[in-house]
Design a binder for this molecule. Structure first.
Ligand SMILES: [Zn+2]
Length: 257
């Protein structure tokens, strides 16, 4: 066990899961992949070292063969659709959105359909038809039509809010980055506390797997250190485990165990 006091609350919470003969489910989503980079290499190496299934949210219109080649021999990597072009279409004073109400719905849906089929063709064995809206935002009016575009699940940020006519949600809950402050990794103790809070909610009944959200292209050293430590801590205990997005899709009736 690591003796770093910052990680002690997470280790203690996972020990509680072991004593209850339970195993918490984690999954990892990393956003904004387009092409091979040194930062992507680093993420893939970490995933491989710790055997952590990793779902890359890939921007369909900007990606191509170089990424296909780079992922060829990777064992732990799935591909999801990160919108269409990750372009902001919201008004200047509004929160950034590609899939907002600012453009005609048929146009957006056509792009989403194209993005889904483009990634399926590029990554036939890796693509899992999950839509990850850029900036984790999507116009609710689009939700009933996502199935027609080829998608089988939606992944945004925060606790899932079940809605009629919407696809199942496989969300992320803890974001490593401090987007509005330092633009680097959040304080490690604060991140550990956020994960512990999620774990307690799961222990008390919420069935959602806990999604960790990363953005390899903007990671500072602190973000890499946190991710590696998290992998180390979870690897050392049966109180938690990483699941692939495919496994999560199969468990339509999610359970802790
Ligand atoms: Zn993004």
């Amino acid at each position: 066990m690591t003796e770093d006091p910052i990680w002690q609350p997470l280790q203690a919470e996972l020990a509680r899961w072991i004593h209850a003969n339970r195993s918490a489910r984690f999954w990892l989503r990393d956003d904004d992949t387009v092409e091979p980079t040194a930062a992507l290499d680093r993420l893939l190496q970490l995933a491989d070292d710790f055997k952590v299934p990793t779902a890359l949210a890939v921007i369909p219109v900007h990606t191509g063969e170089p990424l296909v080649k780079r992922l060829e021999t990777e064992r732990w990597i799935s591909v999801l659709a990160h919108g269409w072009s990750h372009q902001n279409h919201a008004a200047k004073d509004k929160k950034k959105q590609e899939l907002g109400p600012d453009r005609p719905r048929p146009l957006i849906l056509e792009q989403l359909r194209d993005g889904c089929s483009r990634l399926a063709k590029l990554h036939p064995s890796r693509f899992v038809p999950v839509l990850v809206p850029p900036w984790n935002r999507i116009d609710p009016a689009l939700l009933p039509y996502l199935g027609d575009c080829g998608f089988e699940a939606l992944s945004v940020f925060g606790a899932a809010k079940p809605a009629a006519n919407s696809l199942p949600a496989i969300n992320t809950h803890v974001d490593l980055m401090d987007w509005h402050g330092t633009k680097g990794c959040r304080d490690h103790a604060e991140l550990v506390a956020a994960i512990v809070t999620e774990l307690r909610q799961r222990f008390d009944g919420s069935a959602e797997p806990i999604g960790i959200l990363t953005h390899h292209l903007v990671h500072d050293e602190s973000a890499w250190i946190f991710l590696k430590k998290l992998f180390q801590v979870v690897a050392k205990t049966p109180g938690g485990r990483w699941l692939s997005i495919s496994e999560l899709m199969k468990s339509q009736k999610p359970r802790d165990r």
